[in-house]
Design a binder for this molecule. Structure first.
Ligand code: CO8
Length: 259
């Protein structure tokens, strides 16, 4: 797939790894309706790429995403605010359910809707100088892209309440200690480290990787017994894929799998 330049969002594609960069550095990549529209276009295009393995999302400049666009929200009516929240929620849910893993490469401010975007990704790798927070209550708002729900499920109710009620902005190291990010790296190494990780994932059997994501996510919405049943069904289904046999055959023949 050729690089796509939507002006406010750019997509680069290389060997099954798509890098989506939100590109509104002048407002720290704040999310407005146009960003959601092109992000959906980009996801439509990517869903047609048969060799797609991993998506990486990042932001241009010193922000990952500093939240929903306050200048657009400030003028909204109740109905417009409802529709704006719904558009963001639907888009983030799409990322969460996307067939391949989605990694957030958090290069800078991940605030409000920006943190909610990172939460909808499968995991988060942060640059050392990145900052995290849910400042909505300082604006008289609450998180509106499922942040109240995803944050508490990810880091526990106490830490989620602390972050949302105080609106404290925390460092990448503190976010790591809370389990909000999975790894912190030097700023200059962020994309290199994330791409290394993406390549590692891409080198694994992709039906297995994608099934694991699907089952972990679906299982979180079920009780333990039903979730384990889902896992058994998925485990069985994988044996319909040639890559499953190839992975085990390659091990036994002491060679790399030829997926
Ligand atoms: N929306 C619009 N513009 C923004 C945003 C934003 N979220 N964040 C930053 N900007 C703009 C600034 O206004 C500034 O523009 P200008 O140059 O024209 O003055 C430019 O980006 C650069 O920002 P700063 O000069 O403020 O940069 P600093 O380095 O001094 O400060 C901060 C960086 C601390 C990140 C600061 O910009 C800030 O506090 N930003 C707002 C963060 C925030 O409150 N985010 C939450 C927004 S609310 C939200 O996300 C709700 C999500 C759910 C919505 C549900 C749908 C209705």
């Amino acid at each position: 797939m050729e690089p796509v330049d939507y002006k406010i969002l750019k997509v680069n594609y290389n060997e099954g790894i798509a890098q989506i960069t939100i590109f509104r550095p002048e407002v720290l990549n704040a999310l407005n309706s146009d960003v959601f529209a092109v992000l959906n276009d980009a996801l439509n295009d990517l869903s047609k790429q048969r060799d797609l393995k991993v998506i990486v999302i990042t932001g241009e400049g010193k922000g990952f995403v500093a939240g929903a666009d306050i200048s657009e929200m400030a003028e909204m009516t109740e109905h417009q605010a409802y529709c704006f929240a719904k558009m963001g929620k639907t888009t983030f849910e799409r990322l969460e359910k996307f067939a391949v893993p989605v990694i957030a490469a958090v290069n800078g401010y991940a605030l409000g809707g920006g943190l909610e975007l990172a939460l909808a990704c499968d995991f988060r790798i942060a640059a050392k100088s990145a900052k995290f927070g849910q400042p909505e209550v300082t604006l008289g708002l609450i998180p509106g892209y499922a942040g109240t729900q995803r944050l508490s499920r990810l880091i526990g109710i106490g830490s989620a309440l602390y972050l949302i009620l105080t609106a404290d902005m925390i460092t990448a190291e503190d976010a790591f200690k809370m389990g909000l990010v999975q790894k912190v790296v030097e700023d200059a190494q962020l994309m290199e480290e994330v791409m290394k990780m993406a390549k590692k994932i891409a080198a694994n059997g992709s039906p297995a990787v994608n099934k694991a994501k699907e089952i972990i996510r679906k299982g979180m919405e079920k009780d333990f017994k039903s979730a384990c049943k889902l896992e058994s069904e998925a485990f069985g289904k994988l044996f319909d894929y040639p890559s499953t046999k190839e992975g085990m055959k390659a091990f036994l023949e002491k060679r790399k799998p030829n997926w």
